[in-house]
Ligand binder design. Structure first.
Ligand SMILES: Nc1nc(=O)c2c([nH]1)NC[C@@H]1CN(c3ccc(C(=O)N[C@@H](CCC(=O)O)C(=O)O)cc3)C=[N+]21
Ligand SMILES: [Mg+2]
Length: 292
């Protein structure tokens, strides 16, 4: 049976370290990192998720600012709010919850956030830096996934990594990170031929397709490390259940190690958001980022 990679524990450890760092920023630099989260619309899952973020932000000693706007808010109003947050010295990180309603241009909104306050790593400047000098802010889900992989496997050099999913939010930045970690990287997607065979070549398999339990145990190389990024709400036996993109039961009989859903990548995503906020606060304040 596979080792279960406990995302909750990893996230707790990261938050504990952040709490220490935040208290030092307060005492040595009079700096309190602040994170602003903007939610447009009433999606219940998004609301729970935004509440969790705010709670954990406060728990590590940072300031949390929440902005909830109606579903029919126009783009100009949202862009005005972002401009005021960009100018607000108490705000070091800005996250606009995605997806946005269809009448709002997501690309425009993402790039309206100052790249110095972008904590998702979705701004073009940070995407560019991830793919060149690696110095920008890194998207939270791939960053958390990489941290767990390194903790599980140590040096990743030479390993064969297959990422299923080519999104800007997970698949592409995950590929950039694994490439930087000296893996041989393949990005697979819905048009990939012989997907099952390809998955069986992976020492590291990252599933980020948004299809419940798509990846089966017999697609996995024995001993491989499996990172399940999927968070799918399904109905089963009359109850709502959270499942990943990997069929956990069959996969855990073959894999060497695997992240569960819930309790895997999700909690690490939020912890990395806090990490990115601290990083941006230090960058804005001109505090040496290598001096941790
Ligand atoms: N600008 C932006 N940045 C994001 O990072 C972003 C976003 N928009 N929009 C929505 C998605 C989704 N997302 C999740 C993060 C953590 C959990 C999480 O902690 N999940 C728990 C379960 C929570 C539950 O029970 O619903 C777990 O996996 O254990 C879930 C979902 C970040 N997103
Ligand atoms: Mg995300």
């Amino acid at each position: 049976m596979a080792t279960v990679i406990n995302g909750k524990e990893h996230a707790q450890q990261l938050r504990d370290n952040l709490a220490i760092e935040v208290s030092k920023l307060k005492s040595d630099h009079a700096l309190v990192p602040g994170l602003a989260v903007v939610l447009v619309g009433e999606d219940p899952a998004s609301q729970i998720y935004v509440r969790n973020k705010a709670k954990q932000t406060v728990e590590v000693g940072m300031k949390s600012f929440e902005h909830r706007l109606d579903t029919d808010t126009d783009e100009v109003t949202l862009l005005d709010l972002i401009a005021s947050l960009n100018a607000d010295d108490a705000v070091h990180g800005i996250l606009v919850q995605l997806p946005l309603p269809p009448h709002i241009d997501e690309f425009k909104v993402i790039n309206a956030v100052s790249h110095d306050k972008d904590v998702d790593g979705f701004h073009l400047m940070n995407v560019g830096r991830l793919n060149t000098d690696g110095g920008g802010v890194v998207p939270c889900t791939p960053l958390g996934s990489l941290m767990m992989l390194k903790s599980q496997l140590g040096d990743l050099t030479g390993l064969n990594a297959v990422i299923v999913g080519r999104s800007n939010i997970v698949g592409k930045p995950m590929a950039a990170l694994l490439l930087k970690a000296n893996c041989t990287v393949t990005i697979a997607h819905s048009r990939t031929k012989n997907l099952e065979e390809l998955c069986r070549t992976a020492d590291i398999l990252v599933a980020a397709v948004g299809r419940p339990r798509m990846i089966q145990g017999d697609w996995i190389k024995p001993g491989a490390t499996v990172i399940d990024v999927g968070i799918n709400r399904i109905e089963e036996n009359g109850a709502t259940k959270l499942v990943g993109d990997v069929d956990y039961l069959s996969a855990s009989e073959v894999a060497g190690a695997i992240t569960p859903v819930p309790g895997g990548v999700g909690p690490m995503t939020i912890a990395c958001l806090l990490h990115n906020t601290v990083q941006q606060a230090k960058r804005i304040a001109g505090i040496d980022l290598s001096d941790q």
